[in-house]
Design a protein. Structure first.
Length: 277
């Protein structure tokens, strides 16, 4: 165990202490986390439109969505992310608390969103919109896979600004002393922003632009699902587990447990995509 004196010698970075509220207009406060969601979704819609205007990426297939359809899908995606993310947190992380305090489910301003719940919400949104427009689920998910990582990265940066979901104690030179703490921790939020955001976006982009992933339905979403799951499992080794859950089986965190099915789904989609297109 690292003692406070050793950490004081090595840890030289203090959390910047940025106000979690990005903009205050009278009684209305816009938090960085909410801003990250909005900017991420707007980028996703813009990027889907960009992909729809690149016929070479689709081969003999026509683009899954037209620019106008991408605008319509925005509402479905927004509801899927927000409702799925919130309900996922309620069911996966604090079911007993919210069972006793059901009205607190509505208090999203207190925090509490789950990626895995948001992922399921987006899958349902893709299925509903695709069914209404005659689009297959795998092709809808491919668009999400290509456009979502940027929003994930922004969300993790917002987690860092909020000084939440931090990492385990560390004496690495880049370890951060968060507000209210006397010792340094891994800035695991930034690790996730790098892996789940930047690197995952680049991986899917390379697959779509260099290796014709959009010509094989399910391939881009397979790369996303497997890539996110592996990234999350890796970061969980550096991230402090949820205090009210701790370790499952003395080894695994809830993030690891929820990521294992996602990894299996990603591998299945990749194998299946070899027979599509």
């Amino acid at each position: 165990m690292i003692n406070a004196y050793e950490q004081a010698m090595f840890a030289v970075i203090s959390h910047p202490g940025i106000d979690p509220v990005a903009l205050q207009i009278g009684p209305f406060a816009i938090h960085w986390y909410a801003l990250a969601y909005v900017v991420g979704l707007l980028f996703a819609v813009w990027y889907i439109k960009y992909l729809s205007r690149q016929p070479r990426l689709w081969g003999a297939n026509s683009p899954t969505l037209s620019p106008a359809e991408a605008d319509d899908f925005f509402i479905f995606a927004l509801l899927g992310v927000v409702l799925g993310g919130r309900l996922g947190y309620v069911l996966f992380y604090k079911p007993l608390f919210y069972l006793q305090n059901p009205l607190d489910i509505l208090k999203t301003w207190d925090g509490g969103m789950s990626f895995h719940g948001g992922f399921l919400g987006v899958v349902i949104a893709c299925w509903l919109y695709g069914r209404a427009k005659g689009k297959t689920l795998d092709r809808m998910l491919d668009l999400g896979a290509a456009s979502v990582p940027v929003g994930l990265g922004l969300g993790r940066i917002a987690n860092f600004i909020n000084a939440e979901l931090w990492g385990r104690p560390s004496d690495m030179p880049w370890a951060v002393i968060f507000p209210g703490e006397s010792f340094a921790r891994h800035p695991s939020q930034l690790y996730e922003a790098l892996l789940e955001g930047l690197l995952l976006f680049l991986a899917v982009r390379i697959a779509t632009h260099r290796f014709s992933a959009l010509k094989h339905p399910g391939r881009a979403s397979g790369i996303f699902a497997a890539g996110y799951a592996l990234s999350r499992i890796i970061v969980e080794f550096f991230r402090e587990p949820d205090a009210h859950i701790g370790y499952i089986g003395g080894i695994f965190t809830m993030g690891m447990v929820l990521s294992l099915p996602l990894l299996a789904i990603g591998i299945w989609l990749l194998l299946r995509s070899r027979r599509t297109g």
